[in-house]
Design a protein around this ligand. Structure first.
Ligand code: PXL
Length: 274
């Protein structure tokens, strides 16, 4: 039996909700073996990030080469890359991989609106990574930063997607999880020709940490399984929406989504009776 393999190139979240931890859980619960290249460490819980430390670019490269020299990777995604040097290293690595299933999550601005990487790193991402992406998955803040459009409606999301597409990416999925009101949880996909408005339902929970990472990871997993981009997006949106419905009440801040809901009917409930 052939097992599909996905790779995440991203930062560690010690709280286990976002970043590499979210990606690996998402891969596993979408039937794909997960491998990882860790770019930075965050000291983080459900409330706050207290420290961030970059991994050396040599070590980033070494992790990547160890994985791809031995294991056939079917799809990869990038997440938090932290600085210009790591971005440039990752861009070179991806080029040597040569595969097409590349999802770039341009982690630049957090859901709370704080810019996470400096302007040089934003420019490096645009020039070195965007041209290699099969799909770019900005959140609303990142879409605003990249397009220069202030987004308050679905039409604004479409306009922003067009501007981002014009930066030279093959397809764009703007994630609407951070929207308020009736547009909450609506994503817009643009492939250069058609816009697809993707909506299942808005799940009203504070425990949504890692939603964006997990949506991208689930798309990557389904690409690794050989699905087309529209089918991968649909399956991923369904996974993340249900995981939000089963989100976890842990910590005193913003808890993670429930990545393991597929177990909910069986062992999971048995072990979590009270
Ligand atoms: O969702 C963006 C993100 C990516 N990677 C890491 C994170 C976060 C947000 O908290 O912690 C490691």
């Amino acid at each position: 039996m052939k097992t599909a393999v996905a790779l995440t190139i991203a930062g560690s979240d010690s709280g286990g909700g976002a970043g590499v931890q979210a990606d690996l859980k998402t891969f596993a619960f979408n039937y794909v073996h997960g491998t990882s290249v860790i770019t930075c460490l965050t000291a983080q819980n459900t409330k706050t990030v207290t420290e961030v430390m970059a991994v050396s670019s040599d070590m980033v490269k070494a992790q990547f080469e160890a994985v791809i020299s031995d294991i056939k990777v079917d799809a990869l995604k990038t997440g938090m890359l932290f600085n210009e040097e790591i971005i440039s290293t990752v861009a070179d690595c991806i080029k040597t991989w040569g595969g097409k299933n590349i999802l770039i999550d341009p982690v630049m601005v957090s859901r709370t609106g704080a810019q996470l990487i400096d302007n040089e790193a934003v420019e490096a991402m645009k020039s070195l990574l965007f041209p290699q992406a099969l799909m770019l998955t900005p959140n609303l803040y990142e879409a605003q930063l990249l397009s220069g459009i202030s987004i308050t409606s679905i039409d604004d999301m479409k306009q922003a997607a067009t501007k981002i597409y014009d930066l030279g990416v093959k397809t764009v999925l703007i994630k609407g999880g951070a929207a308020q009101g009736e547009n909450k949880g609506i994503d817009v996909f643009f492939d250069g020709q058609d816009y697809t408005v993707i909506q299942i339902k808005a799940v009203d929970t504070l425990n949504n940490h890692g939603t964006g990472c997990s949506l991208g990871a689930a798309i990557t997993a389904h690409l690794a399984l050989g699905k087309s981009l529209p089918r991968a997006i649909a399956s991923a949106k369904e996974y993340v929406t249900t995981a939000l419905e089963y989100s976890l009440e842990i910590g005193s801040g913003c808890g993670p989504i429930g990545h393991f809901f597929p177990m909910i009917e069986s062992q999971y409930l048995e072990f979590h009776q009270n």
